[in-house]
Write a protein that binds this ligand. Structure first.
Ligand code: PMM
Length: 283
């Protein structure tokens, strides 16, 4: 398994797809909106993820739901810090889901192990400068613009090739800023500046993205394209009932040795990966 460098030893030795569990400490996040705004609830949920076998817990304070407006950096810090500080007392491996250097700094000082930046360094000019000072992994996602306008940024000639080229270009920007290439994991950003239909060829042709030679994180959990796929009588399947489809994607990702999957239901995905892993070890 190709891991980014800088990953804590306890997971860098694993030879299977890693499970990143999502904790959104936001009132309006797209899939678990508001449920975990209370930090005590978020902490309890994160601890349950540990019991369920999570490898990385991804903590975010700003919603990236399509159409969502930005909050202040201070508000973002106030949301995530109590959860990170508490979870840093456990053996959990933590990532901070933020587009802001200031939030990333506060989170890393409080004990986070890596940065998950859905803007890949495009939203905050200070981000790559800051990340260059670290040795921790940096997750760089494909991003074309902020959530309030991203649904208008979906023009591609060939979505698979264009997304790959844009990620590749942004990786070069990160490297030029002083971040060593081997610390970077990439993510095609399912649902970010993509129509529902555009997500499918990206999933199908991940081998093109593999050509960049970097670990890939896939974040498809409970997203709209699954709701639309499973729609009945023109009504999208509700968020909570997209879990089997999400688990199917986790299984497919594990089969192709994708580095990590970012999911809400850790247990279901962990079980699916256990099956794939066991078969991989069977002669
Ligand atoms: N999706 C969301 C938030 N953060 N980070 C990465 N790296 N990849 C993603 O696909 C991603 C992300 C939005 O989904 P959520 O509201 O369920 O967290």
């Amino acid at each position: 398994m190709l891991h980014p460098s800088g990953l804590p030893n306890q997971i860098s030795s694993l030879d299977r797809t890693l499970v990143m569990g999502v904790i959104n400490v936001t009132p309006d996040s797209f899939s678990d909106g508001g449920l975990f705004l209370d930090s005590k609830v978020a902490i309890a949920h994160a601890k349950q993820m540990l019991l369920d076998g999570v490898d990385i817990i991804d903590i975010g304070g700003e919603s990236t739901r399509p159409g969502s407006e930005r909050i202040s950096a201070q508000e973002e810090i106030d949301r995530v810090l109590p959860v990170i500080s508490e979870m840093a007392k456990t053996d959990a491996i933590l990532s901070i889901d933020t587009m802001r250097a200031e939030v990333a700094k506060a989170a890393m000082s409080a004990g986070a192990h890596m940065i998950n930046d859905v803007s890949g360094g495009k939203a905050d000019p200070e981000m790559l400068v800051y990340v260059a000072q670290l040795t921790a992994p940096y997750i760089l996602m494909h991003w074309r613009g902020p959530s309030n306008i991203m649904n208008t940024l979906t023009n591609y000639d060939d979505v698979v090739r264009d997304v790959t080229m844009e990620i590749s270009a942004q990786v070069e920007v990160a490297v030029a800023a002083g971040i060593s290439r081997d610390r970077i994991a990439i993510d095609p950003g399912i649902g970010f500046a993509k129509t529902v239909e555009q997500n499918w060829p990206i999933l199908k042709h991940l081998d093109i993205l593999d050509e960049l030679g970097l670990p890939i994180l896939m974040g498809a959990s409970r997203k709209k394209f699954l709701g639309e796929l499973l729609a009945k009588n023109g009504e999208a399947r509700v968020m909570e009932e997209r879990e089997s489809a999400t688990t199917a994607i986790s299984t497919l990702m594990a089969l192709r040795q994708t580095w990590a999957v970012r999911v809400h239901d850790v247990k279901a995905t962990r079980d699916a990966i256990a099956v794939v892993d066991r078969l991989a070890q069977t002669r």
